[in-house]
Write a protein that binds this ligand. Structure first.
Ligand code: SF4
Ligand SMILES: [Zn+2]
Length: 105
C-alpha cells in the first residue's frame, strides 16, 4: 500500500477507534463533549496521533503496531494502546471484523 493510502486508512481508523472509546467510556458517563464527538482528552489524543501519522518518517509506512521506532511519547502510547484494545474488542463484539483487522497498537 502506498504511503498516502496508508495514511488515509490510518486516519480513518484513529478517528473511529478513539470516537467509540470516548463515547462508551467518557461521554456516556457524563463527561462533556469538547469537539466533534470527543471529550477534550480524547480530542487531544486524536490530534496527537494524527500529527504523528502525518509526520511519520517511514516509507513504506508499516502499521504502527509493527513499527520499530514507535514515535509516540510513552504516556500517549499507553493511552492509544488502551483505546485500540477497548475499541478492537467493541468492534469484535459488534461484528465489525473489518475494523478489528486494522488494530493499531
Ligand atoms: S509509530 Fe512508527 S509507523 Fe507509527 S507513525 Fe510513528 S514512526 Fe510511523
Ligand atoms: Zn473521551
Amino acid at each position: 500500500m502506498n504511503k498516502q493510502k496508508r495514511i488515509k486508512k490510518d486516519e480513518k481508523i484513529l478517528k473511529k477507534f478513539i470516537a467509540v472509546y470516548c463515547r462508551e467510556n467518557h461521554l456516556r458517563k457524563g463527561r462533556k463533549e469538547y469537539k466533534d464527538g470527543y471529550c477534550k482528552e480524547c480530542y487531544e489524543l486524536l490530534e496527537y496521533s494524527l500529527q504523528r501519522l502525518y509526520a511519520c518518517p517511514l516509507d513504506p509506512k508499516p502499521q504502527c503496531k509493527h513499527c520499530k521506532i514507535h514515535c509516540y511519547k510513552p504516556q500517549m502510547r499507553l493511552k492509544i494502546k488502551e483505546v485500540m484494545k477497548f475499541s478492537g474488542m467493541y468492534f469484535l463484539k459488534h461484528g465489525r471484523l473489518d475494523w478489528v483487522f486494522h488494530y493499531f497498537f
